[in-house]
Write a protein that binds this ligand. Structure first.
Ligand SMILES: Cc1ncc(COP(=O)(O)O)c(C=O)c1O
Length: 361
């Protein structure tokens, strides 16, 4: 079996894979509505969110569709969003805003940099008209887990500005403080820390924020969360959903719950990531970021001396491991390792052994 160490799609458990073989369904029948409702409830339960205050809106698409649905459906016509960039996905939020003509300002950092809180404070003070701040929780470009506690504290202090959070690569394995962080919406997907298959994504929204949006004309047809919420609240769906990926997600959510929820998944990921960090350090490959700056989900590492990414990738793939390249300007200097999915600590030990063989050959 190939061990996927890329940041999703993940190695599926047999349980999740088998779930996709359940009976064919029509998305207008009660059986599908029951499935959709179960997923919606289970998603809220991961972070103990009350269904009176929060809604999970589930639809067919990859993580980017959830980002785009969140940005287009939560920022009102007269709203303005400050977007914090420190990697590919922050920049993607800006691209979405540009594409949909959403009024925005950008607080840019180089990829991998820590969010500059002094600059953020300055932007919040200068742009009193801001309606939202959009930020990535775990910036998968580098593995940096952004300090949302500090971002939210500033946003709360300067105008009580709600957050739009891209939690695509953290939902289900990192802490998300929905109330303390004053989250208006949080975008995520099935095929990363939840261990489902690609094809289903979702946005958890604050119901009050959505009520305000029902008076605003929709920016998109397919990704309009107001329409989804209205229909899903009354046991419907606007469009055909990807039934088999819903089956997989429902099973993956049961599996997460049986295993002890996000806290236990976080511990499991850290155990695996610590094997990788310390094993690679012994091979003189020191993680790009300190442990307390990164997520448990993915870390980035400098390429070993004298070995290109392509050579490393191909040798590891021949040994049964798929790793992930650095993005953009990092393509020639970094590789990334993720520890999501139905893999084991001993897979990580074997990975380190293979790395040792490659580096020392
Ligand atoms: C933080 C983050 N946001 C958004 C995305 C985009 O997700 P997708 O490739 O499923 O569209 C990713 C993908 O890795 C991600 O890591």
């Amino acid at each position: 079996m190939t061990i996927l160490l890329n940041p999703g799609p993940v190695v599926l458990s047999d349980r999740v894979r088998q779930a996709m073989l359940k009976p064919d369904l029509c998305h207008r029948e009660q059986e599908f509505i029951d499935l959709q409702n179960k997923i919606k409830v289970d998603l809220l339960n991961i972070y103990q969110l009350s269904a009176d205050q929060w809604a999970s809106i589930v639809f067919t698409g990859s993580g980017t569709s959830a980002m785009e649905a969140m940005m287009t459906s939560l920022v009102p016509a007269h709203g303005k969003v400050l977007i914090i960039e420190n990697g590919v996905y922050g920049e993607r939020l800006s691209y979405i805003a540009k594409t949909h003509d959403i009024d925005h300002v950008v607080l840019h950092h180089e990829w991998g940099e820590e969010i500059d809180l002094t600059k953020l404070k300055g932007e919040l003070q200068y742009h009193e008209e801001l309606s939202h701040v959009a930020v990535v929780h775990h910036e998968t470009t580098t593995g940096r887990l952004n300090n949302i506690d500090a971002v939210a504290e500033l946003c709360n202090k300067h105008g009580n500005i709600p957050l739009l959070l891209d939690a695509v690569s953290s939902f289900g394995a990192e802490e998300i403080k929905f109330d303390d962080w004053n989250i208006a919406a949080c975008a995520a997907t099935a095929n990363k820390c939840l261990h489902g298959v690609p094809g289903t994504s979702f946005v958890i929204t604050n119901r009050e924020a959505m009520t305000q949006m029902s008076a605003t004309p929709a920016r998109t047809l397919y990704l309009d969360l107001v329409t989804y919420l209205k229909l899903q609240d009354s046991n419907g769906t606007p469009f055909t959903q990807s039934i088999q990926t819903f089956y997989a997600l429902a099973e993956a959510l049961d599996e997460l719950n049986d295993a002890g929820g996000w806290q236990d998944r976080q511990k499991q990921y850290w155990r695996r990531m610590d094997i990788v960090r310390s094993g690679l350090q012994k091979l003189n490959i020191k993680a790009s970021l300190e442990r307390d700056e990164t997520s448990c989900v993915l870390n980035s590492f400098p390429l070993p001396d004298g070995i290109s990414y392509e050579e490393l990738h191909d040798k590891l793939k021949a040994a049964g491991f798929v790793i992930y390249a650095g993005q953009g300007g990092f393509a020639k200097s970094l590789f990334r390792i993720s520890c999501m999915g139905d893999i084991s600590d001993s897979d990580m030990d074997r990975f380190i052994d293979e790395m040792g063989t490659i580096v020392n050959s």
